[in-house]
Design a protein around this ligand. Structure first.
Ligand SMILES: Cc1cc2nc3c(=O)[nH]c(=O)nc-3n(C[C@H](O)[C@H](O)[C@H](O)COP(=O)(O)OP(=O)(O)OC[C@H]3O[C@@H](n4cnc5c(N)ncnc54)[C@H](O)[C@@H]3O)c2cc1C
Length: 510
């Protein structure tokens, strides 16, 4: 009889794991509380606009391409990628905007024009970041840290001292060794927000993120990020994965011998499973779906962990064109540190705030009615802070006013044909997010790599986790890697690095 895997949650991590395990021969069922797949990477459609609900940056293209290759698919046939030029535009409170192209030679000239001599420093910074990125891809991302042999390789030992130094130094301190101008520091530090962290606490090892911006370039999948979700689901259907939407899971069942036996849905129905994999946020899985004696992590563990920021999201259908904006746009406040301190330390709703504004209709005609613009706004907010439904309009309005002023669109609020707001409470209601975090536990050192909460229960046999709250971490590519890590656990594959194919674990290769 085929072994049955039950997956809780149809976020990208759950969906991607379902496919790999179906390919490995398991009978896979996915149970999702909401009415559609994608989780945080969802879709919202209104009046001819098609909005990606969360992610909008297609980073680490090689990870997507590798994942699809494991399913026997060519990413270039699945998704049409467009390289963005410019990569993004940065607006400041008091200075003129700066455009980053993704071509490091051109960007070095831009840096030089702002701070003489910083162009060559940028190239050095990016080259070092790229070196760390390659090392991470080879040893630190595609690993369950189950074999010490991976970490005794010469290229790791040779860089041991440098890596340790970069692990222990906050990236803000590291960046200051390269550039002094605040705007340039902000450009090198902002990717820490992608990792749910502040540049004042994220380790300098994450300077690898700038290798993505400046060396790899920034891409966009035509149709939007949700196209990736659609392709993963259609691959799953071909592999026989079954999807049960509108089916919230109440608890995970464990037999007397400490092995998982299945799940119980909120409608009271029991579903048997030989293996259960939870893609729901780990805090929720552990504290709400398991009995106390089956939890690997007591509440004292979570009290010492740091949730990444929550966010206020706005989905705006704007009448007419917005030539002021590129595809990706960032606005950075002058008092950079105060903005992060408000979010991570003071737990205060920041104002003014650094914000991200995405206009995918710059690159894709299919996401907005002809002549109009699709605009997505993301304002990072503290985790654990609620905004009442009566107040959210007021809070959003202050940020829209800021965008009007600093991005040069004085009539933005008058041109909104669609306006949907999504705040911290919605992250909890929609996804059972821990403290309303948009992203998951932040990537500070003690929550990264070996120190990130592992993807396997310590108490319950055959219970695994996948997604942004476990290894390797936050972001779509990380969740795809996370899916492969669960497969590796089940396949007994201990070596680091990506696998070259999915081996049949149940039954034999056809
Ligand atoms: C606003 C925003 C912007 C982002 N930008 C980017 C970006 O540009 N690029 C990038 O790579 N990443 C980005 N990310 C991060 C990325 O979207 C996430 O890391 C990733 O989508 C998380 O996927 P996941 O597998 O952890 O599952 P999630 O998307 O968290 O999904 C988990 C699923 O579990 C379901 N669930 C929860 N509880 C239950 C239950 N009891 N029963 C059944 N189902 C349940 C939820 O409904 C959900 O569908 C962004 C995220 C957000 C929110």
């Amino acid at each position: 009889m085929s072994k049955k895997v039950v997956i809780i949650g149809a976020g990208i991590g759950g969906l991607a794991t379902a496919n790999l395990l179906a390919k490995a021969g398991y009978n896979v069922e996915v149970y999702e509380k909401n009415s559609m797949p994608g989780g945080r990477a969802g879709i919202y459609e209104a009046k001819g606009f098609r909005f990606d609900t969360g992610p909008s940056w297609y980073l680490m293209p090689e990870v997507f391409s590798h994942y699809f290759s494991l399913l026997g698919k060519d990413i270039n046939k699945e998704i049409k990628l467009t390289k963005l030029n410019p990569a993004y535009k940065v607006f400041f409170e008091t200075e003129e905007p700066v455009t980053v192209t993704g071509d490091s030679v051109v960007d070095a000239q831009t840096f030089d024009a702002i701070e003489p001599g910083s162009g060559v420093k940028l190239l050095d910074y990016v080259s070092k970041g790229d070196d760390i990125y390659r090392l991470a891809m080879k040893y630190f991302l595609y690993t369950n840290f189950s074999s010490i042999r991976d970490f005794t390789k010469l290229d790791i030992i040779g860089r041991g001292r440098v890596m340790t130094r970069l692990a222990l130094m906050p990236i803000d301190k590291y960046v200051r060794r390269y550039v002094s101008d605040r705007r340039l520091r902000q450009i090198l530090e902002y990717p820490m927000v992608f990792l749910g962290s502040s540049p004042y606490s994220a380790p300098a090892l994450y300077s690898l993120m700038s290798a993505l911006d400046f060396r790899e370039g920034v891409y966009y999948p035509q149709g939007g990020i949700y196209t990736v979700i659609e392709k993963i689901v259609s691959a799953g259907k071909e592999l026989g994965v079954s999807y049960q939407y509108n089916n919230p899971v109440e608890r995970i069942d464990v037999s007397d011998n400490g092995t998982v036996s299945g799940i119980v849905l909120q409608n009271g129905k029991s579903v048997r499973g030989d293996i259960v994999i939870s893609n729901a946020d780990l805090h929720y899985t552990e504290t709400k779906m398991l009995d106390k004696n089956h939890r690997s992590y007591p509440s004292s563990y979570w009290n010492k962990r740091e949730a990444g920021p929550s966010a206020l999201l706005m989905y705006l259908g704007v009448k007419g064109k917005l030539p002021q904006l590129e595809h990706h746009n960032l606005f950075f406040v002058d008092d950079w540190q105060k903005n992060f301190d408000d979010i991570f330390k003071g737990k205060k709703i920041p104002h003014p705030a650094s914000v991200y504004v995405c206009k995918p209709s710059a690159t894709d005609d299919s996401v907005a009615p002809s002549g109009d613009e699709n605009v997505f706004v993301l304002v990072p907010l503290p985790a654990g802070v609620a905004i009442d439904s009566g107040d959210i309009e007021k809070v959003a309005d202050r940020y829209l006013e800021q965008i009007e002023k600093h991005m040069g669109i004085p009539d933005l609020r008058k041109r909104l044909g669609v306006k949907r707001l999504f705040g911290p409470n919605d992250f909890i209601d929609s996804y059972n997010a821990w403290q309303g975090t948009a992203l998951g536990p932040s990537h500070i050192l003690r929550q990264s790599a070996f120190f990130r909460t592992p993807n396997k229960s310590k108490k319950v046999k055959n219970l695994y986790y996948v997604g942004g709250s476990t290894t390797p971490g936050i972001g779509l590519p990380m969740c795809l890697i996370g899916a492969e890590l669960v497969y590796k656990r089940l396949a007994g594959e201990k070596r680091g690095g990506p696998v070259s194919k999915i081996r049949r674990i149940i039954g034999s290769d056809k």
